[in-house]
Design a binder for this molecule. Structure first.
Ligand SMILES: O=C(O)CCC(=O)C(=O)O
Ligand SMILES: [Fe+2]
Length: 372
């Protein structure tokens, strides 16, 4: 069976019960109580101006020192932006305009492709919504496998045009994600021999992926709203196209929330929980969130990339030794999605088998993240 449908099965097997409240943001002059966030984490982690502190590294993939640069960025940040990545600008423009068309459909039309409670693809609120008492100021559309069925519900005529764009985008992203995975693993001294499943190109061994389109309408009171609450991704890595409007923030331990400014043609790449496990904790899975703004709508497109969903992921042998015991037990992506659906930001801790060496605080111990 192709790995893509296995991933769909994995999502289906772990339904998350989200509030099924869909609202028409265009009609709102003020924030309803259901969307008013009173505790936005800021006193605990201040928002920091990237101009007066460090900023997320920007890495040119054609730079001869790319391996070293990526390794350093993954280790110190768990997130980077890439340029010269080979994804044609026209494709980025096409996916952006297709996503805009989708989200600008009337709410009744979008609801025709609503993701069912145990469903995988379709329109709906963020899956992580189930962990919060307040709703987020965003709309989402998830695509696992073919977009054909959900898109047919949205557009009676032009859906093939939109499907083609999605398929092309997924194909190009899959190639880039594989390349980035090897660069990230290569920077840890890992070769294809060390990780058989990742070296294979066969259809059934190829990494699986999901595409998440996010839309953040302009918001009358952005300080009281949350676009997408703080989380880490349950992926190996995520590639995010955030068009030209800022909103993504990453948490830099000991410093605070740092905005990742969009750069023309750039893509944000972040380490996910599974790469954190493979690296035996060397690469942090970065905590991130999306904030909204008063005047502009914002769009982001996340390519969520992982291993074949039934392959066991565990700290790589080469990174484990007498002084570096394995920090995590083996877990498949399928199982991890279940763990995440249950424990959310404590999922990594729940598969942890060993306390951090020297009693150091673990950057990925998100037990302190306030929920609600
Ligand atoms: O919209 C963004 O900038 C972040 C999106 C994101 O984190 C996600 O879809 O997982
Ligand atoms: Fe994310």
């Amino acid at each position: 069976m192709p790995s893509r449908s296995l991933l769909a099965d994995a999502f289906r097997a772990h339904p998350v019960h989200v509030h099924q409240k869909h609202i028409d943001f265009t009609s709102l002059q003020e924030i309803p109580d259901s969307h008013k966030w009173t505790q936005i984490d800021d006193e605990q982690h201040p928002l920091v101006d990237p101009l007066i502190t460090e900023s997320v590294p920007v890495i040119d993939l054609s730079d001869p020192n790319v391996l070293q640069n990526i390794g350093h960025a993954c280790k110190t940040w768990g997130v980077l932006q890439v340029t010269n990545h080979g994804i044609p600008t026209s494709l980025l423009e096409n996916i952006e305009s297709a996503s805009r068309s989708l989200f600008s459909l009337p709410i009744q039309q979008k609801l025709k492709a609503a993701r069912s409670p145990d469903g995988v693809s379709g329109y709906g609120v963020a899956r992580i919504s189930s962990f919060f008492s307040k709703l987020m100021w965003s709309e989402g559309f998830t695509i696992v496998g073919s977009p054909l069925e959900p898109f047919r519900q949205l557009w009676s005529q032009d859906y093939t045009k939109f499907c083609d764009i999605i398929e092309e985008y997924k194909k190009e992203m899959q190639k880039l994600a594989r390349r980035l995975t090897w660069l990230m693993l290569g920077s840890l001294g890992i070769t294809k021999k060390d990780l058989k499943w990742a070296g294979s190109t066969g259809e059934s061994k190829k990494g699986s992926a999901a595409l998440q389109l996010n839309y953040y309408p302009a918001c009358p009171d952005p300080d009281q709203a949350m676009g997408l609450a703080a989380h880490t991704d349950s992926t190996l890595l995520t590639i995010l196209y955030q068009s030209n409007t800022s909103g993504l923030q990453v948490l830099k331990e000991g410093i605070g929330w740092i905005t990742v400014p969009p750069i023309p043609g750039g893509l944000v790449v972040n380490v996910g929980d599974l790469l954190h496990i493979l690296s035996n904790g060397l690469y942090p899975s970065v905590l991130h969130r999306a904030v909204v703004n008063r005047t502009k709508h914002r769009l982001s497109i996340a390519f969520l990339y992982g291993p074949p969903s039934s392959v066991e992921i565990s700290p790589l042998q080469k990174l484990v030794g007498p002084n570096h015991p394995p920090l995590y037990r083996p877990v498949t992506w399928n199982e991890y999605l279940g763990t995440k659906a249950k424990y959310f930001n404590k999922a990594l801790s729940s598969v942890r088998i060993c306390a951090p060496p020297n009693g150091l605080a673990d950057v990925n111990d998100h037990n302190r993240v306030r929920v609600g």
